[in-house]
Write a protein that binds this ligand. Structure first.
Ligand code: ADP
Length: 344
């Protein structure tokens, strides 16, 4: 099948980076279409219904979880299901209080303001949000130095939805201002199979159930990853397999993306090997990043959580070490032949 395809070393980094057009086209349009995360969905329904009955805005919501699990989608759904508009911003674009003021003063009653990567708001901007979240007012500073004075502006009641991959980095006062805290967990394979079928239908490509399962099993619990797999495999199916994804087509597509039978990518395998080569000495993130040539944050946010979750890597205050299974998949024996290896 196909001429000598080169495996794509960046399959996952690419798979986990949001692609707004593609993500948007597959995004569930109602809470009914949102697959899995049943307790989060039930809590959202209740909060939206109760706020609607009272004629109020939904409480502020903090959503945490790994990239690609559906935080942006849920923020959109809060707005849709409560019949209001969504305003979006990524925290790194809100570096000054004036950036935030610009956003807040455009809000209307009941609107949803979605701030992605909310743990990256600078302290000054975060503090400015406190009064907006709590009292729905905005204190705007006019002039500087001795002539400085502030003007108070009333804001409409709005809902802030903050999304974070690192809840632990949020300050306690900020976190406490969100009335609703929800954590998205990785999806089980059955949910990912359902997501793959739904996306295949929307993309207009045939998908065998066994093929959906192959993709789901390697998608590290993440809807965005299963959707990206599907997109890449669809290209292959379209060009070489009558627009139908059989298990063979799915496996070939995964192989071309450099995804192995354990769902590991080239970067995952490099991480395992780099840690194994340290011979039992815990390895720090900087060392790993330098050895692999990847950015520290990408390793920590995108790759490492999966290796920890499936029990290949252990994280200690001193650094990362491999479990016996991690050594096995790295193809490098533990330093003492496994005698002193850490238990799984
Ligand atoms: P995050 O904001 O957490 O990074 P997104 O909300 O952007 O994740 O979701 C990534 C992609 O996965 C989108 O294409 C979205 O449509 C899809 N997706 C996420 N969660 C679900 C779900 N529960 N059901 C169906 N598709 C989902």
């Amino acid at each position: 099948m196909g001429p000598n395809p080169a495996a794509d070393p960046n399959a996952y980094a690419e798979a986990l980076a949001p692609d707004h057009t593609f993500d948007g086209s597959l995004r569930p349009k109602t809470l009914d279409e949102f697959v899995g995360q049943s307790s989060v969905v039930a809590n959202f329904r209740l909060a939206i219904r109760a706020a609607g009955d009272r004629g109020e805005a939904v409480d502020h919501i903090l959503l945490s979880g790994l990239p690609g699990l559906g935080k942006t989608t849920l923020a959109h759904l809060v707005a849709t299901e409560s019949g209001s508009s969504l305003h979006e911003a990524a925290a790194p674009t809100l570096q000054r209080a004036a950036d935030l003021a610009g956003l807040l003063t455009r809000l209307e009653k009941g609107d949803v303001l979605f701030i992605d990567e909310v743990h990256r708001l600078p302290g000054g901007v975060e503090e400015y949000l406190y009064a907006a979240m709590e009292d729905f007012v905005l204190d705007i500073m006019l002039d500087a130095g001795p002539a400085a004075r502030s003007v108070r502006v009333d804001l409409p009641r709005f809902t802030l939805v903050g999304a974070t991959t690192r809840e632990g980095l949020l300050s306690a006062p900020f976190r406490s201002r969100f009335g609703i805290h929800e954590r998205l967990e990785p999806y089980d394979a059955d949910d990912l199979v359902r997501i793959a079928h739904r996306s295949a239908y929307l993309l207009g490509v045939g998908l065998d159930t066994d093929a959906a399962r192959l993709l789901a099993d390697r998608a590290r619990g993440t809807p965005r990853v299963v959707n990206r797999f599907l997109r890449r495999v669809r290209d292959l199916a379209q060009v070489e397999a009558d627009n139908h994804i059989s298990p063979e087509v799915a496996l070939e597509g995964l192989r071309r993306m450099g995804v192995d039978e354990h769902g590991l990518t080239r970067v995952d395998r490099l991480m395992l090997k780099s840690i194994a080569h340290a011979g039992g000495i815990p390895v720090g993130l900087k060392t790993l990043a330098a050895a692999i040539g990847e950015d520290e944050r990408t390793l920590e946010d995108v790759y490492e959580p999966h290796l920890l979750r499936i029990g290949l890597v252990l994280k200690t205050p001193q650094g990362r070490r491999l479990t016996p299974r991690g050594h096995e998949l790295a193809g490098i024996a533990p330093p003492d032949g496994g005698q002193g290896a850490l238990p799984l």
